[in-house]
Design a protein around this ligand. Structure first.
Ligand code: PMP
Length: 701
């Protein structure tokens, strides 16, 4: 095949997912290998250069002679062979048991990543013979049913999910089949996979004529399934009992034709190409901070798993962004997805006015356990920006409640970022924020010097001078001081000493101003402590969190305040005036609760320390290179600050070619990978940044 069709890993641009079919059963011994062999023959009849592969075979001493691969070969031995590699078994074990056990008996360990590599290697050898012309395909036969384990953690369904190929389910037509088949179809759908067909095999005692009652049951199974599945576009094929000779295989190939035809159509359909989607996107969508007239390039993301994003053309990228600080546990974490599904089955949403529910109550309790002592009330919000709006309104209502209605302004350091809604924008940095665009409608806030005490240098008390002066001059009109503790995020990825926060808290107390910490980016471990406030030992009056709260699955944030703030707002019969439609969404709360449990049970501290060490080592070579102003690392955040604005589109394209997802902005190339990133992937992320800087890709045109 042509070199341009290969990506950096040598993977075909016609992704395996578009050219493979996974054949799985409702259990063991349901006739899967016969069905696979029959499909192989039928697809060869349909003109496809298709080969069958058994990734894992158990219960054979000599795979070449007695395994399923031998059966595939037998099913097509009278057909012209064509340029195809032979049918193959990739791993075989003697014990007739589940792969995890059979492999362990032979001191082997199967993993989804390893199996996938072997399958891809096989796929490449098939593609090499066919010039990538789109007419070749691979049938992959699973071992047993979907949840058959490969090891302590992974099973067949996990392999199917990473391969992302359409699925054919094979089931025996027998008593109990409807239940098994429906459960299997549900599990396939819940993993985001497509069932392309169902093959019913004859009952085990097919030679003995079943009694009338059994016959009626089997006939009903078939018609029930046809009625439900065929209307849903899933063809059903029913295999007769035959002797497995040339004539028998031909009969089976005819019987399986409805499924084979659907597969042939699927395999021949050009995949939903990335180019096509981008073209349609360009007509109807708008992306963050972009022009519709001169849009920045976009890439089509199709699937995700662990710390990887898979693009529509099959390229797999190591994620360096955690989807904007959120996906700390990586993508598609089974516990988060299970919480989502379970809650969806119970109650996806209900209004929060006058109603409450366990996910919200438990989430609030858990959050308060984790947050600095003294915070007592949780107000759920839909996004980080909304949480900031809520915090500002809380501060204003509190000051009114305390008889201080003139305290209507907010004091905040330069270089901050708090969101894109109006109130939040008003406290963003006045230069890099959007003040010039919206100056006339934004409330005019007070700005003080950015905390200039670098995190990695001794604290200089003079860095509080401007805060002190502002509060001395304007303290009487300040409702609250708002800032991001320790790390200023989107406003410049600036790390400063926690000592600053202790001094600031004292100044706020003296001035009668509340203190609001925006921990939307820093919360849930990113900086090395669960919340950045812990480093200072300061409990703010109000704290906002979001982003990683749901582990990157759903949008949810929270504004949390002390009992004193809540009482100040609610005294004299007052109420807090905020209540969005989707407030306390049960799905988001349930996922957040699961995410907090993962944090509690997991080793996020060690993971973030590992990230910090890897980022320090990996990004160090950037220091001193042309166009680099600073390199800094804190917890799971690594930053290369450049001297000039970065050509984002060019650098982004460079990174994607290198197999990593890193999105620079302004004068910042930064990494904040999922906590679960393996060391070798962290090294790949850092190497890509270092190479980009060495090759001057970060310099303006
Ligand atoms: N505050 C901070 C510190 C943030 O980093 C962000 C998002 N980057 C926000 C607020 C706004 O959150 P959202 O994008 O969820 O509205």
């Amino acid at each position: 095949m042509n070199a341009p069709d290969m990506n950096a890993h040598g993977l075909s641009r016609r992704a395996l997912a578009d050219a493979a079919v996974f054949i799985s059963g409702t259990g063991t011994d349901v006739g899967k290998s016969v069905a696979t062999a029959a499909l192989l023959r039928a697809l060869r009849h349909a003109g496809l250069a298709v080969q069958a592969v058994k990734p894992v075979q158990t219960g054979v001493a000599d795979a070449a002679r007695e395994g399923d691969a031998a059966r595939y070969a037998q099913a097509v031995e009278d057909l012209p062979p064509g340029p195809l590699p032979p049918a193959a078994t990739l791993h075989s074990f003697r014990l007739p048991a589940s792969p995890h056990l059979a492999a362990a008996r032979e001191d082997a360990r199967l993993t989804v990543a390893g199996l996938r590599q072997d399958i891809e290697a096989h796929w490449r050898s098939l593609m090499a013979l066919h010039d990538g012309d789109g007419s070749c395909a691979l049938l992959l036969e699973g071992a047993g049913g979907l949840r058959v384990p490969f090891n302590e953690q992974e099973d067949t369904l996990d392999l199917m999910a990473v391969l992302a190929a359409p699925v054919v389910i094979v089931a025996r037509n027998e008593l109990g089949a409807l239940n098994q088949i429906r459960l299997t179809l549900d599990a396939v759908r819940d993993r985001g996979l497509v069932t392309a067909g169902l093959v019913l095999t004859p009952p085990p005692d097919a030679l003995a004529t079943p009694d009338e009652a059994t016959q009626a049951i089997l006939a009903d199974n078939e018609s029930w399934l046809r009625a439900r599945l065929e209307t849903a576009g899933i063809p059903v094929a029913v295999l007769p009992w035959v002797r497995l000779n040339a004539a028998g295989w031909e009969r089976l190939a005819q019987a399986v034709r409805p499924v084979a035809q659907a597969l042939a159509a699927l395999l021949r359909t050009p995949p939903n190409t990335a180019e096509g989607l981008v073209r349609r996107d360009r007509k109807v969508l708008w992306h963050p901070y972009t022009s519709t007239i001169e849009p920045l390039p976009v890439f089509v993301a199709q699937r995700s798993h662990h710390n990887r994003l898979v693009l529509a053309d099959g390229r797999e990228l190591v994620d360096g962004m955690s989807s904007w600080w959120a996906a700390v546990h990586g993508y598609n974490h089974p516990r988060l997805l299970a919480a989502l599904r379970a809650q969806a089955g119970r109650m996806p949403h209900v209004m929060f006015g006058g109603l409450t529910h366990a996910p919200a109550v438990e989430l609030a309790e858990r959050l308060l356990d984790m947050l600095p002592q003294g915070l007592a009330r949780v107000f759920p919000a839909d996004s980080g920006s909304v949480a900031v709006e809520v915090a500002l309104k809380m501060a204003l209502q509190y000051q009114q409640g305390m008889g201080q209605p003139r305290r209507t302004r907010f004091l905040t350091p330069r270089g901050g970022y708090h969101g894109d809604t109006t109130g939040a924008m008003s406290v963003c940095d006045p230069v890099t924020g959007m003040h010039s665009l919206f100056a006339r409608m934004l409330p005019q806030q007070l700005f003080m010097e950015r905390p200039r005490c670098r995190f990695d240098q001794p604290f200089d008390p003079a860095s509080l001078d401007d805060a002190r002066q502002q509060l001395t001059e304007h303290g009487h009109e300040v409702a609250a001081v708002i800032l991001e503790p320790v790390v200023q995020g989107a406003g410049g990825m600036w790390f400063y000493r926690p000592d600053y926060l202790r001094g600031l808290a004292q100044l706020c107390r003296e001035a009668g101003a509340l203190l609001i910490f925006d921990e939307i980016a820093t919360g849930f471990g990113r900086t090395g402590t669960l919340f950045a406030a812990e480093r200072a030992g300061v409990t703010p009056d109000i704290l906002c969190c979001g982003k990683a709260l749901t582990g990157g699955v759903l949008t949810l944030a929270a504004t949390v305040c002390t009992e004193q703030v809540a009482e100040g707002i609610c005294r004299d019969g007052n109420v807090f005036m905020h209540g969005p439609t989707y407030m306390g969404n049960p799905l988001a709360c349930a996922v957040a609760l699961a995410s907090l449990r993962l944090l509690r049970e997991g080793d996020w501290q060690a993971q973030v320390q590992m990230l910090e060490k890897g980022l320090r080592q990996g990004l160090a070579p950037c220091a001193g290179l042309p166009g680099v102003a600073d390199v800094r690392v804190l917890g799971g955040i690594g930053v290369v600050e450049t001297t000039e604005p970065i050509p984002v589109a060019r650098l982004q394209a460079f990174f994607v070619e290198r197999g990593v997802w890193i999105r620079p902005f302004g004068r910042l190339i930064y990494l904040m990978p999922p906590y679960v990133t393996p060391p070798e992937d962290l090294a790949r992320l850092c190497d890509a940044v270092v190479d980009a800087v060495r090759q001057d890709v970060h310099l303006p045109n």
